[in-house]
Write a new protein. Sequence first.
Length: 491
Amino acid sequence: MVLLLLETPAGYALFSLKNKKLLKADADTIYESFKEASDAARQVDLTAFHRFKDTKAAMEAATELTEGTVGKSMKKFLKKSIVDAGLGDSLAVLDKTLGGNINKKLGIEVSVLSESLKEVMRGIRLHLTTLIEGLEESEVKAMSLGLAHTLSRFKLKFSPDKVDVMIMQAVGLLDDLDKELNNFAMRLREWYGWHFPEMGKIVTENLAYAKVVKHMGLKVKAKDTKFRKIGVPEDIAAEVQKAAETSMGTDISDEDLANIHIVAERVIELTEYRASLAEYLKLRMNAIAPNLTYMVGELVGARLISQAGSLMSLAKHPSSTVQILGAEKALFRALKTKKQTPKYGLIYHASLVGQSAPNLKGKISRVLAAKLSLCCRVDALGDQVEPSLGKEYKEYVEKRLATLEEGGMRGMTKGTSKPQQGKFEKKAGGTDKYNAEADAVEEPVKKKRKATEEAEEPAKKKKRKASAAEEEAVEEVPKKKKKMQVEKEEA
């Protein structure tokens, strides 16, 4: 006899197969044997049934079955139903890994699962409510639906910490705060600058400027003001006090000062809230995307998630899309004008891209985007808390950057040959004697050239005179002939 272990949403069921001929029958014959509920009752018989207490117990059992492990409830059920009962029949299980674990822990013989046994179990599931007493079909459907929802939540690790919508809202608010802070600080400097214009160049930080304005008030009180309470260094405080004595600013009323104080308080509040929001964003990013945060930082990572729409959408993007994410306008403009497409988008602000040379930024952004896409998939679909993959990939990108920089330096020095430097060898004869002939100074070549030119000049003059005399002789001959002809004609 063969025992069949079947898991249901209601509990574990153990059936015994009456008709052994079904083990060698084909699928059509088995289907005919389980066509009606009465036919199924003739083929198999219920040996034992273990009902789950609640949905939590059902979820734990289903999780153990998917992992192929033998839990406490199953072990207790099989030991009571098979080992303690003294049944020496073989057990058929759908999962091969589960069968191996049952054999190791309980010593029960597990038969090899065949296609015919699969069809038999399919027939049992078809008439499950009639074969197991006390089970109703509506109850089984409700149990299966609740178990499916619970198991899906457990598998996807659905928790409030994994909600990436909060990250998108936080990074958007952070950008808005930066703009508002800049506007308020600029307005405060311009407004208070009418009263004390010299302080704008001395105190350059916006938060420190707002604290000084709130703490000091009018410039006349600069001498009596203790700037240590607000954390201003002594040298800057001394400069402010010195400038206040010779300030060219105009006087303001108490009402004007009260309004300026309100603006200064707003700048301080917004700056403190921005710091707390940045810390909140850092904690959220480390919880949701630890590998992505380790690679590019929480701010760039949050902007990538916000641009993609969600962490899951970012994980679905290929590395080429991650590389130019945030530069969509430049991409479509380049495609329209048939020019070069952008090499990087938001990842340009990552430290790994920023520290590279200008001619290597495109290559490094491509390498970084390839590793970022893998990190996003692990963060979105995995359950890792530590950024182990991010550490490994960041080290790889840094090594790649160093290799590219070394290759660039080699390319710059390519084609230049270094002179061969031999070792200095001292002669065996001791110290060399002084050579006086080596001190002879050779005459420069220019003087020799001048001497040869002076010797050649009279020869050239003689040649010129001879050629001029020949030309004169040639000219005199035709003149004489002309005179002779004229004399003959007159005669």
